[in-house]
Design a protein around this ligand. Sequence first.
Ligand SMILES: C[S@@+](CC[C@H](N)C(=O)[O-])C[C@H]1O[C@@H](n2cnc3c(N)ncnc32)[C@H](O)[C@@H]1O
Length: 298
Amino acid sequence: MAAHGLMRLESWAGTNRLPAVSSRVSALARYPVTRASAMLALFVAGVDVSRSLLGDDLEPFIDLVELRGDEARATVAILPIGRRVIICDRADASAEPELVCWPDDSSFHLLHAIAYEPGRATWLDLGCGSSVAAISSPGTAARIVASDLNPRALQYTARAARFAGMSHLETLHGDLATVPADLITCNAPIPGERGPLWMAAAAGFVARVFARAAAALRPGGMVVVHAALAPLLELQLAGELVIVAYTPIGEPREFGVAWWRPDAPARQIRARRGLAPARPHLDASDREAALAGTLAPL
Ligand SMILES: C[S@@+](CC[C@H](N)C(=O)[O-])C[C@H]1O[C@@H](n2cnc3c(N)ncnc32)[C@H](O)[C@@H]1O
């Protein structure tokens, strides 16, 4: 694969966890650039790199650089995730409202909370951003619709999907724009917070996600939402609702993942799971554990 230069993230950065890489970007930018590290220096650390070091690896991404004499400058960040890449704004991009952020831990809480089920026809990801979840899990559904209010996020998603050969992923622009789907997911911005579009939303956003999802969900489908805990706890929903709360290490705020199956027999379960270095993100097995009663109740 021509992107193999981007696949050596762990040996270069000391980790393949993108949230951890993002906090090391300025140190990584000071590393000497070699032939082996050139693509990572260019697209992850945002360093201007000589074309002679990049060689043919650059060709698939030539539209994502500015060429200045012998040097290439990345116009975006390209981040390896497994054997694929996602595209977002450079780590040093200014904090304008339409910033497409680097994935943070919340992105991975949602990604890991989505259980694979064979035969899903359509997966709708609301507020897809750089589409970490969809690009990482192309087999989740026969059709993937990545939806966002931020056109730049959709442009990056479409480019990364093209590069990954994911012709079954389409983008959809709008304010919680929906299509009928069997799986609907969202990693919600934080209601009441101030900041760019990816981070902050109006009060009521999480309830609105569930209302939109309820209207778009096909019979037997599931909704999976990562959000601040308080609005999840205010939800009044029919069917099966499982909420697992967590507190990020070193943070006072609480978050959670809600798994909702409106057509399942009614039960409402609220539990909590502590995070640990070996299991830093909630995952689909936490839903199972909450249903089995083996997690601490909330
Ligand atoms: C916390 S970010 C999550 C991004 C990505 N899903 C992830 O997990 O890394 C929230 C996303 O919701 C999008 N968003 C905010 N308000 C929206 C709205 N009203 N309709 C659709 N998307 C919205 C933002 O542009 C941003 O991409």
